[in-house]
Design a protein around this ligand. Structure first.
Ligand code: NAD
Length: 269
């Protein structure tokens, strides 16, 4: 009482993969508003990454863009080193980068399969490993957080809803669900919390083809009991809370942030 209200992520450093657009960009903006210094990882979209940095700086926040392909071990290691050199520590990792390369099973090339698995599953593994090594080395800094570190996976409702025509994507997210729980179990004794957010339909570039036509939009809405397509900030607010000490006793959890998409809406009547 009477004390100045501290922002929930004040003094913490977050690294967000694939933060040049969409959900990752939304999380970057929100976490910066909540007091974190933000490392914006990007792979190809340098303009998007710079625009995100500028938007954060304009609001008085602190951010830096770092290029790395999350599926490339050497680039990931270099990125964590550069982030640490710039800000002194890393407290939160958001494993957000992800892609789709859709095809029916019989038409899917090995390249389409491997590209998606490499970005959506191997990428989060490489980043989680680098982050956990860092969290363990630095330990708990009581003035910033009760935990030594936090890892958040941006998974998908397709970690439990099968998705024909997307076996590479659905398999990668199913793998993320088990990676998250296994790492949560393994890292809890080190005071590292690991959780997932599984979004439903969020309006970003990844699903632009679906929401940009009236028919596509109607089909999407028919799968969402809450009656609206999500925005990146719907995910970002939850991510910021999950990374904060307000969620200090939450580990190994998947939060479905999906307007009810996982409630089997076709059984409603
Ligand atoms: P998006 O395409 O805007 O964002 C994906 C980001 O990942 C892009 O910035 C892209 O440049 C980056 N990226 C791709 N490959 C990379 C690599 N090798 N290294 C580093 N960055 C790379 O789409 P989005 O919807 O914001 O997707 C973000 C995450 O949310 C993904 O993991 C996606 O699977 C997940 N998701 C999205 C939805 C949705 O409806 N939009 C639903 C469920 C899950």
């Amino acid at each position: 009482m009477g004390e100045k209200q501290q922002k929930r992520l004040q003094g913490q450093v977050v690294l967000i993969t694939g933060a040049s657009s969409g959900i990752g960009q939304g999380i970057a903006l929100r976490m910066a508003q909540d007091g974190a210094k933000v490392v914006i990882n990007y792979n190809s979209d340098e303009d998007g990454a710079q625009a995100t940095v500028e938007a954060i700086e304009k609001e008085g926040g602190v951010a830096l863009a770092l290029k790395a392909d999350v599926g490339n071990e050497a680039q990931v290691e270099q990125m964590f080193k550069d982030a640490k050199d710039a800000y002194g520590s890393i407290d939160i990792l958001v494993n957000n980068a992800g892609i789709q390369k859709d095809a029916s099973l019989v038409d899917m090339t090995l390249e389409q399969w491997q590209k998606v698995i490499n970005t959506n599953l191997t990428g989060p593994f490489l980043c989680a490993r680098a982050a956990a090594r860092e969290f363990m080395a630095q330990g708990i800094k009581k003035e910033v957080s009760r935990a030594a570190g936090k890892i958040i996976f941006i998974s998908s409702v397709h970690d439990i809803i099968p998705w024909g025509g997307h076996v590479n994507y659905a398999t990668s997210k199913g793998g993320v669900a088990m990676m998250m729980k296994t790492l949560a179990q393994e890292l809890a004794p080190h005071q590292i919390r690991v959780n997932s957010i599984s979004p439903g339909a969020i309006k970003t570039d990844i699903n632009k083809e679906d929401w940009s036509s009236p028919e596509g939009k109607e089909k999407m809405l028919s799968q969402i009991p809450y009656g609206r397509i999500g925005e990146p900030d719907d995910i970002a607010r939850v991510a910021s809370w999950l990374a904060s000490d307000e969620a200090d006793y939450v580990t190994g959890a998947t939060l479905y942030v999906d307007g009810g998409m996982t409630l089997y809406p076709s059984f409603a009547e």
